[in-house]
Ligand binder design. Structure first.
Ligand code: ASP
Length: 453
């Protein structure tokens, strides 16, 4: 068969399908490398080439986050036309985020108590050196810290809550200046569009990036790591899936009456990105794209709720903390009692507010929780080996929560376009829309020439 004959077939493959293939291929190649255990492959392919491709892809995603949040928020705030809506959206999102996180960890503790992982665990041979804990910022510190002293520093450091605060402030001020802001608002709208275009460009290389990230993780994580803590892994994954498919979806349906399968299908790409990167923050551009372009949530709501959720909403992380606490309490034969578990729930919810959605942060939060209830933090060493994979799964749950709350709030504010939501192909065309348009290029060249003359 000639190459041209197979060409049209190949073209039909959607980007999501290509990313899924990249993920499965990465998994297979990673596991194969792990089983081979060859030092040369490990040094040159896994920690050389794959690491380079994966890191470059991750960097390309991260470079989008700050400008995208700034411009989409300013565009969102100036576009709402009713400043009171801002307060309402903020209140609803905050309430729902805290509620879903508290619900997630409560159910997880319940499931873990039923299954009882960790009973009879043998601690000998567990290396507990090098486990450090960090102080949780107090609730009041988090609140006062939302106002940046220097916005440029906040941008440079990627301080999400500060960036959100500053962008909303700029948007509100632009609204107050009225007509005089017109040029600025249009420029921000254009920059938002431009950033979304870059998202399409980055997504076009996602199959390779996802492949490299996943292959590397699986090449490094051996199956042996899982054996001693299988009960913990099974309980945790079960609790995560229960939250994803039952708790969250029941809540979603009860509050929106929107089709759950549509939601699940359209959020899949963002889940794959979250799984591959283990970072809610790095996934912001993809989550934002999924809820606005694929599901029809208005930018005035999503531009706020998505980055806000990436920072303060961590259902999956809270579930891990709940299951890990029960597991370690069983390992050490400690009965935490109702008061102990209530402390765990409160701590996990509060800790999630002040910590950013980046890889591994859940483990740091866990050490805070353990200290609070008097369990030895050395226990973290037992589950540390499997945490990378658990992090990937819980991050996918975290961003699903962000997207679900975004749609719930958007629907309640009448800012969800049902036609877009119900259209299975909505927002997909942009995927392949990264070719240059010769006419548009020519137009731009003429304009620039005119301006120069
Ligand atoms: N990686 C998670 C996130 O970005 C946080 C964590 O659980 O470590 O949402």
């Amino acid at each position: 068969m000639s190459a041209s004959a197979v060409e049209p077939e190949r073209r039909k493959l959607s980007l999501t399908a290509k990313v899924a293939i990249g993920m499965i291929a990465g998994l297979a190649v990673g596991v194969a490398f792990n089983v081979l255990g060859n030092q040369w492959i490990s040094d040159n392919v896994v920690n050389g080439f794959l690491d380079m491709v994966g890191t470059a892809f991750l960097n390309a995603l991260k470079l989008l986050v700050v400008p995208l949040v700034i411009f989409s928020l300013i565009t969102g705030v100036t576009g709402i036309g009713d400043v009171r809506m801002l307060g309402r959206v903020g209140g609803k999102a905050l309430g729902l985020y805290l509620m879903t996180t508290a619900l997630a960890i409560s159910v997880a503790i319940g499931i873990a108590q039923l299954i009882g992982p960790g009973r009879g665990f043998d601690m000998t041979g567990v290396d507990t050196s090098g486990i450090e804990t960090e102080e949780a910022p107090s609730f009041w510190e988090v609140i006062s810290g939302i106002i940046p002293t220097n916005p440029i520093e906040a941008f440079a450091e990627g301080e999400m809550l500060q960036i959100i605060f500053y962008s909303i402030l700029v948007g509100v001020a632009a609204l107050m200046l009225g007509e005089r802001s017109e040029g600025f608002v249009r420029a921000c709208g254009f920059m938002n569009e431009l950033m979304m275009k870059i998202v399409s460009i980055v997504m076009a290389v996602a199959p390779y990036g996802v492949f490299a990230l996943i292959a590397r993780v699986f090449a490094e994580e051996g199956i042996d790591l899982f054996k001693p803590v299988m009960a913990y892994v099974v309980t945790l994954v079960g609790s995560l899936l229960f939250h994803l498919f039952v708790t969250l979806m029941v809540l979603y349906w009860a509050l929106t009456r929107l089709n759950i399968r549509t939601f699940m299908r359209k959020i899949r790409a963002a889940q794959v990105f979250a799984f591959s990167t283990a970072s809610s923050n790095a996934t912001i551009p993809i989550t934002l794209r999924a809820v606005t372009q694929r599901m029809g949530a208005g930018n005035s709501v999503a531009s706020f709720t998505v980055p806000f959720g990436a920072t303060i909403n961590m259902d999956g992380t809270a579930i891990m903390q709940g299951v890990a606490t029960v597991f370690l309490a069983n390992v050490y034969g400690v009965d935490l009692g109702i008061a102990g578990y209530l402390t765990v729930i409160a701590m996990a919810v509060l800790a999630s507010i002040g910590t950013a959605g980046v890889p591994g942060v859940g483990m740091v939060m866990l050490t805070m929780v353990l200290t609070q209830v008097g369990l030895p933090i050395e226990g973290v060493a037992i589950i540390l080996g499997v945490d990378r994979l658990m992090d990937m799964i819980r991050t996918a749950v975290n961003i699903t929560g962000d997207a679900a709350v975004t749609c719930i709030v958007a629907k309640s504010e009448n800012k969800l376009d049902r036609d877009v939501y119900d259209d299975p192909d909505a927002g997909l065309r942009g995927d392949d829309d990264i070719e240059f348009d010769p006419e548009a290029e020519e137009d731009l060249a003429h304009t620039l020439e005119g301006a120069r003359r």
